[in-house]
Design a protein. Structure first.
Length: 544
């Protein structure tokens, strides 16, 4: 009989292992960062662990973790079995006092850490943001989507309804952690933990002499001498003699990527980031990471985006303008011709790319998804806002989105840098550029097709191609149309943009002279610009 029981126990183990393996295969880490679903996360902590967190909220305590899903995507849906068996986890609280920090008895934010043997779907760390500074609960998902769409390395996001010891807490953002696992996904085979660093910038950490010691080293070695990459960047940024900033920092920073990073921060009004704004004595800049590749060249990664997508004019000391002061590197960039051009090109790209995401529709979709979960939080959890405040937060976000593109475009027109003419007179044929001739963008042809102005270009390599058409008006120039296209390889590319109503009205009265500015951001980070002037013929019969 004992032998039969033993055999049955072994069989049961194999059956359970197969069930959990099948569940894990049906759900992976990528699905945890799907902003179209809310999952249940259960944390269990002992009375002693809770007492320890009350005394030392920054210190990890032991607990258990499990994740389940709702059958219909709402709190009322039937819960399935845990995706994987409950496992040990270490838990601490997160957030800054006076900001998003809340006590364990409130809607606290959490940092989770799994030992290697207990990794959850391959993850070793998780970040659960309480969203107590964002009544809409949509800001972070929109922000990280905007960064990624503009080519800035950024985390993925999902949503969770968190319970502690069986008691509801509420709706949380599940934010992908920037650890070795997250970085290896973002940067792929180029990520090498042994030769690279991730520095966390917060509470006033900046690229100033002696400032390297202020940064926390999240990945890579932190022994004396191992942080030479950051010290070299600081020296290049702060060396006021000799070469211009863009030349000094070229061996140490990806200026094109940083220009995009700062541009998106400005576009989404990320006042609590790096380029958002300057606030002396108020621990700025904040919420950013510096990531160095194996050669020591840095990129900047975003963080802490909950207070975005909202007007800042009414908040003393927090107004975000496109050329307003921010961190030291950004401020010096505005004064350097080539660095400013990279920032301008980044904002130009963001102004075309972010609206293509339709952030207003995305915000409304997220609000609809979270609504039943927010009601559940109101009734059983620890809500920071009532439902009326949530609704007002969403409306404020939608209003900001509706007007932001026009504000950015107006600034771009007023501050457009002089073009770099990379070729002689426009080509009249389709001849490819001579080998290694220098220009990467050669004009081939332009014309009008219905409501559109179109052009054919010859590219020597892949990259992001922006087209901006402007026309003269009484008080200067005005945008006629703009677009952005991704070129996947060298060769011919047709680009176009839909003419504005103002441009079409002008065409009703006569021919329309246009200035076409093509901006090419190459895969290797170089930015090149070509300007062509064309004249669209008058036509009263305009196809739609």
């Amino acid at each position: 009989m004992r032998t039969i029981q033993t055999g049955f126990s072994v069989l049961l183990v194999f059956v359970l292992a197969a069930v959990f393996a099948q569940a894990a295969a049906a759900y992976d880490a990528a699905e945890m960062y799907d902003p179209g679903e809310v999952v249940f996360i259960d944390l269990t902590l002992s009375a002693q662990a809770i007492t320890d967190l009350e005394g030392e909220p920054d210190e990890y305590v032991p607990g258990t973790f499990s994740l389940t899903r709702s059958s219909d995507g709402t709190p009322a849906g039937e819960e399935g079995s845990p995706v994987l068996p409950a496992r040990p986890v270490e838990v601490r609280l997160k957030g800054s006092v006076g900001g998003s920090f809340r006590e364990i008895t409130e809607k606290a934010g959490f940092k989770l850490k799994f030992k290697k043997a207990d990794a959850f779907l391959g993850l070793r760390k998780m970040t659960l943001n309480n969203m107590v500074q964002d009544p809409s609960m949509v800001h972070e998902t929109l922000a990280y989507a905007a960064f990624r769409a503009t080519g800035v390395p950024a985390s993925r996001t999902g949503f969770a309804y968190v319970r502690l010891n069986g008691d509801d807490i509420g709706v949380y953002l599940n934010l992908e952690n920037l650890d070795d696992i997250g970085l290896s996904r973002i940067f792929g085979a180029s990520f090498d933990q042994k030769t690279q660093h991730l520095y966390e910038g917060e509470r006033g950490d900046d690229l100033v002499p002696g400032g390297a010691a202020d940064f926390e080293v999240d990945e890579g070695g932190d022994e004396p001498g191992e942080t030479g990459d950051l010290e070299a960047l600081i020296e290049a940024v702060d060396d006021e003699g000799g070469a211009p900033l863009s030349e000094r920092v070229a061996p140490h920073a990806e200026l094109v990527e940083m220009g995009r990073m700062w541009a998106v921060e400005k576009y989404i009004a990320h006042w609590d980031g790096y380029a958002g704004h300057a606030e002396p004595g108020q621990e700025r800049p904040n919420n950013y990471y510096l990531y160095s590749d194996p050669t020591g060249r840095f990129q900047m990664l975003p963080w802490g985006t909950d207070q975005t997508w909202q007007p800042t004019d009414a908040i003393p000391g927090r107004k975000v303008t496109f050329d307003g002061p921010g961190g030291v590197f950004f401020n010096k960039c505005l004064e350097d011709k080539e660095c400013f051009r990279a920032y301008w090109a980044g904002l130009n790209l963001a102004t075309h790319t972010i609206p293509d995401l339709d952030p207003g529709a995305l915000a409304e979709d997220i609000a609809d998804l979270l609504a039943p979960w927010q009601e559940e939080e109101q009734g059983n959890g620890r809500p920071e806002f009532d439902l009326g405040e949530v609704e007002d937060g969403v409306k404020e976000t939608l209003d900001f989105i509706a007007g932001r593109q026009a504000e950015a475009q107006a600034w771009l027109v007023e501050n457009e840098p002089p073009p770099i003419i990379v070729s002689g007179p426009p080509s009249t044929g389709n001849d490819p550029p001579p080998p290694n001739s220098g220009p990467s963008l050669l004009f081939a042809h332009s014309g009008r097709a219905g409501h559109w102005v179109t052009a054919r270009l010859q590219l020597s390599g892949p990259g992001q191609v922006g087209l901006r058409a402007t026309m003269k008006v009484r008080k200067g120039t005005k945008r006629a149309c703009a677009s952005s296209t991704q070129a996947m390889a060298a060769g011919e590319l047709e680009v176009g943009c839909k003419l504005s109503r103002a441009a079409l009205k002008r065409l009703d009265r006569g021919a329309l002279p246009l200035k076409l500015t093509f901006t090419l951001i190459l895969a290797d980070g170089r930015t090149e610009t070509l300007v062509h002037r064309t004249r669209l013929p008058r036509s009263r019969a305009i196809a739609s």
